[in-house]
Design a protein around this ligand. Structure first.
Ligand SMILES: Cc1cc2nc3c(=O)[nH]c(=O)nc-3n(C[C@H](O)[C@H](O)[C@H](O)COP(=O)(O)O)c2cc1C
Length: 333
C-alpha cells in the first residue's frame, strides 16, 4: 500500500490516511462571519467521499480587529458557536475529522474592504506590500489581548464539536509578522533575537493548549520560508520547533511565503516546500504536513517514504474538483 494511504495517529485520533484537505478560504459565510448553507454544501461535497484523513477549515478570525476581509469566518464570539456546530456536524457525518484554522491578520488586511476605522495592528509600524496597508505597532496590552483571543477562539472551536485547531503562523499574517525579522523591528522582548520574535507564537500556543482538552488537536501552520530577502528561513524556524513540540503541539504544517503560499515559478511543482519541510521535520518530534503543488497522489508517497513529511496537504486541486481525492485514491489502488 502507498504510504499516503496508511493510517496515522495525531494525538489520540487515528486518521484513515495521510491526505489533508488544506485550509482554503471560501469566504462563503455571511457578513457576521457565520456559516451559510453554501459553506455547508461546499464542505459536504468535499468530504462525502470519505477520502480525506483530515480537513482543516479555512482561516477564521479570533478577533474582529484581526479580520482579513469583510466576509470571513468568525471564531471571535460565543454567539458563533451554534453556526460552527452545523459545520462540524456536516463533516463528522461524513466520518471525517476536522480542525479549524485560527488566525489574526495583523497588518495583512485586505485594504479594498477595510474601512477608515479599521486599524491594522502588527509587530511594528510597517507597510504591508501584499495588502497595501500601513500598520501600527502593538502595545503590550494589545499583545495580551491577542493571546487571550487565540485561547478563547480555540475553546469555542472545541465547544463547537471540532477535533482541533490550527494556529496560523504563515503567509504573512500576524504571528508570521512577529516571527519574521523582515516585519518585526521591535526593540522590546517581542523583537530582535529569534527567542524574542518567537515569543508571541509560543505564548499563543501555550495559552491555547492550556484552554483546551488534552485530546483536542493543536496544530501550527508554520512558515518554512518567507521567500523574501531578510525574511525568516527554515534553519531559524527549526530552532523553535523543539519549543513548540515541548508545549504539546500535535502536528506542524509547513507552508511559506510572507506574501502568499506559492513559490513564484514553482506553483505546479509537486511538493515545492519540500526542502523547507525536511529541515523542520528533522527538528520535530511530531508529524509534519507538506502542502503545495500536488496535482496527483502518485508522487505524494515518495515525500513520506523519503522522510520529508508524514502527511500531504492539498488545496487547489480539491477546490477545482470536489471528488479529486477519491479519483486519485482509486488510481493508486
Ligand atoms: C483560494 C485559496 C485560499 C487559501 N486560503 C488559505 C487559508 O485560509 N489558510 C491557509 O493557511 N492557507 C490558505 N491557502 C493556501 C493553501 O492551504 C495551500 O497551502 C496552497 O494553495 C498550496 O497548496 P495547493 O498547491 O495544493 O493548492 C489558500 C489557497 C487558495 C488557493
Amino acid at each position: 500500500m502507498k504510504s499516503v494511504l496508511k493510517t496515522i495517529k495525531i494525538n489520540n485520533l487515528e486518521l484513515r490516511n495521510r491526505l489533508i484537505f488544506a485550509p482554503a478560504a471560501t469566504y462563503m459565510c455571511d457578513i457576521n462571519g457565520n456559516i451559510t448553507d453554501k459553506t455547508l454544501e461546499y464542505y459536504h461535497d468535499r468530504t462525502v467521499d470519505r477520502s480525506f484523513g483530515l480537513v482543516v477549515i479555512e482561516h477564521s478570525y479570533v478577533d474582529i480587529k484581526g479580520r482579513n476581509r469583510r466576509v470571513q469566518l468568525s471564531v471571535s464570539k460565543d454567539s458563533d458557536i451554534p453556526s460552527l456546530k452545523k459545520l462540524s456536524t456536516v463533516i463528522h457525518n461524513n466520518d471525517t475529522p476536522v480542525l479549524v484554522q485560527i488566525n489574526h491578520c495583523g497588518a495583512a488586511m485586505f485594504v479594498e474592504e477595510a474601512t477608515k476605522n479599521d486599524i491594522a495592528y502588527s509587530a511594528s509600524a510597517i507597510h504591508n506590500d501584499r495588502f497595501k496597508k500601513d500598520s501600527i505597532s502593538m502595545s503590550k496590552k494589545d499583545i495580551k489581548e491577542v493571546i487571550d483571543s487565540f485561547a478563547k477562539a480555540a475553546y469555542r472551536v472545541q465547544e463547537s464539536g471540532f477535533d482541533g485547531v490550527e494556529i496560523h503562523c504563515c503567509h504573512g499574517y500576524l504571528l508570521n509578522q512577529f516571527l519574521s525579522p523582515k516585519t518585526n523591528k521591535r526593540t522590546d522582548e517581542y523583537g530582535g533575537s529569534l527567542e524574542n520574535r518567537a515569543r508571541l507564537l509560543l505564548e499563543v500556543t501555550k495559552a491555547v493548549k492550556e484552554k483546551v482538552r488534552k485530546d483536542f488537536i493543536v496544530s501550527v501552520r508554520i512558515v518554512g520560508t518567507d521567500i523574501v530577502d531578510g525574511g525568516i528561513d527554515a534553519e531559524e524556524v527549526a530552532k523553535i520547533v523543539p519549543d513548540l513540540c515541548k508545549l504539546g503541539v500535535n502536528m506542524l504544517s509547513v507552508s511559506g511565503g510572507i506574501g502568499g503560499y506559492i513559490i513564484p515559478g514553482k506553483e505546479n511543482v509537486e511538493g515545492y516546500f519540500a526542502p523547507y519541510a525536511k529541515v523542520i521535520k528533522d527538528a520535530s518530534s511530531v508529524p509534519i504536513v507538506l502542502t503545495g503543488g500536488f496535482k496527483t497522489l502518485e508522487k505524494a508517497s515518495d515525500f513520506i517514504d523519503n522522510n520529508i513529511a508524514d502527511l500531504i496537504g492539498v488545496a487547489r486541486s480539491v477546490i477545482a474538483d470536489s471528488h479529486w481525492a477519491k479519483k486519485e485514491i482509486i488510481k493508486l489502488k
